[in-house]
Write a protein that binds this ligand. Structure first.
Ligand code: B12
Length: 422
């Protein structure tokens, strides 16, 4: 087994250089990612619209997994869009349906029908009203980006207003906004720029698109290809691929940016789903203009993968300090515990062991989301969308770039969960 792994390692090293030459990823990598996305479609989990969107953009629309996922999303849409979905979620469903050549105004399942565009317009209005009254959206600016993009691609009203709000926020908040939020906004603004007839709106969008895309290029130059972190690269690449004319005549060294993502092994389906379109030279902007009659998937999945056993965790225990801190709401508290877990454990294991050892202090609750397990409550204190609070995880003073289900602490590390606002 070790010999096979070494042989693959040598092969990958030999293949390494040519991979980075162009700005379309090697077919083996694309096939592997497509397979991971298809494998993520299972009957008993929440359907993920980003995965369907990515499958469609990558031309993989004829598999049983694609069919099942489309069916699951329709079922979910007719059952919960009207009562349970926030604007960004509705927007993602609209993108997924558009990219499957399904009419989002008439999503049907089990004799029920729902107009997702009408719901999207209503939910976007609520975001903008909140923005007007409170200075912050009902959910997030990221979601307003998704809303504006979906409305624009669907060709219905409301996207110009949302785009202008976004553009002004981008100008005033600049790099205080995450790369993910700015990249999603770029996609929305590029779409609006292409559709609006209003000259003053076009001028504003042109200015903002130039500022934001140039800031991405600056960051890429400073950080050897990285824009934000490895999980924002998918959207950042899509933004730069779609907005070339706004940073022209400046050139984009796309190979440098692509090399960053080739050096990381993405596992989470949502991370892969945001990245894969960019790796095949596509962006979310093409979601409504795909030819659904043909599926272009040609290559076979990379047959030999490194055995997961090679990455298996050893049983040696490590010690992790874990603190929970609330200095924000109600009764303030701060507790710290030292926990032993096997080396290679995820942070979730640390939280579980702490909760087993002192349940009255460290008990916590989680929710399954498109990015995996999110911690929603600790010590009886829950994050709340209305007052924009959540449990933020830090190592020392650095915010973690992964959730508890993925992040693996080191021996001696001090993890802090701090009740925060966003
Ligand atoms: C907005 C946002 C948040 C908001 C969500 C608030 C809200 N009500 O919408 C807040 C501030 C709470 C948040 C928190 C965190 N986030 Co966040 N978030 C995002 C962002 C920018 C957009 C997500 C979104 O709205 N999608 C659209 C909606 C329609 O889709 P959705 O699936 O319904 O969205 C839900 C999930 O995305 C979930 N969520 C948001 N962040 C995270 C992170 C993790 C690990 C999980 C499991 C779930 C989750 O909240 C959304 C709303 O319910 C993404 C960027 C991206 N590229 O996707 C980062 C992103 C998903 N977040 C990330 C991270 C790291 C975190 C934190 C772990 C940061 C920290 N150090 O504490 C925490 C989660 C901690 C915990 N308690 O478990 C990473 C995840 C990377 C990874 N490998 O898992 C991303 C990709 C940003 C990045 N590039 O680093 N986040």
């Amino acid at each position: 087994m070790l010999r096979v792994a070494l042989a693959i390692g040598v092969l990958l090293a030999l293949l390494g250089d040519p991979w980075v030459q162009g700005c379309v990823a090697p077919q083996d990598l694309v096939s592997e990612m497509l397979q991971d996305l298809e494998d993520s479609v299972v009957t008993d989990e929440l359907p993920n619209p980003s995965v369907l969107l990515a499958l469609n953009l990558a031309g993989a629309s004829s598999s049983p997994a694609h069919k099942l996922l489309l069916q699951q999303l329709k079922e979910d849409a007719v059952n919960s869009a009207q009562k349970d979905m926030a604007s960004g979620e509705v927007a993602l469903y609209v993108l997924a349906f558009l990219s499957s050549c399904q009419d989002p105004q008439q999503v049907e399942d089990m004799g029920l029908s729902v107009d997702m565009l009408q719901i999207l317009q209503q939910e976007t209005d609520k975001e903008l009203v909140n923005m007007d009254l409170e200075g912050v959206p009902k959910t997030t600016l990221y979601s307003i980006g998704l809303d504006a993009l979906s409305l624009c691609l669907a060709g219905v009203g409301g996207y110009e207003e949302a785009s202008v709000v976004l553009a002004k926020q981008l100008l005033s908040l600049g790099s205080q906004l995450s790369v993910d939020t700015r990249a999603m906004a770029v996609l929305a603004l590029v779409c609006t720029y292409g559709r609006t007839d209003l000259n003053d709106v076009q001028d504003l969008l042109q200015e903002v698109l130039s500022v934001v895309t140039n800031s991405f290029l600056d960051e890429q130059e400073e950080k050897d290809g990285l824009i934000g972190n490895i999980y924002s690269m998918g959207l950042a690449l899509q933004a730069l691929e779609s907005a070339g004319k706004f940073y022209a005549p400046r050139e984009w060294d796309c190979a440098q940016a692509f090399s960053v993502v080739y050096n990381h092994h993405y596992q989470l389906p949502t991370a892969i789903a945001q990245l894969l379109p960019a790796l095949v030279g596509r962006t979310y902007l093409e979601a409504a203009s795909l030819d659904c009659s043909s599926s272009t998937r040609t290559s076979q999945r990379l047959q030999t993968r490194l055995s997961p056993k090679l990455a298996a965790t050893s049983a040696d225990p490590i010690t992790v300090q874990y603190s929970i801190i609330n200095e924000l709401r109600g009764q303030h508290f701060s507790f710290t515990i030292s926990v032993q877990v096997p080396d290679g454990s995820t942070l979730l294991k640390v939280l579980e062991v702490a909760a087993e050892e002192e349940p009255t202090v460290y008990s916590f609750q989680t929710e399954q989301t498109s990015w995996g397990i999110m911690v929603v409550s600790i010590h009886g204190l829950a994050g709340n969308e209305d007052d924009r609070t959540y449990w933020k995880f830090l190592s020392g003073s650095d915010a973690l770039e992964e959730g508890v289900g993925l992040y693996k602490p080191q021996d001696g590390e001090h993890i802090r969960a701090v009740f925060s606002t966003y």
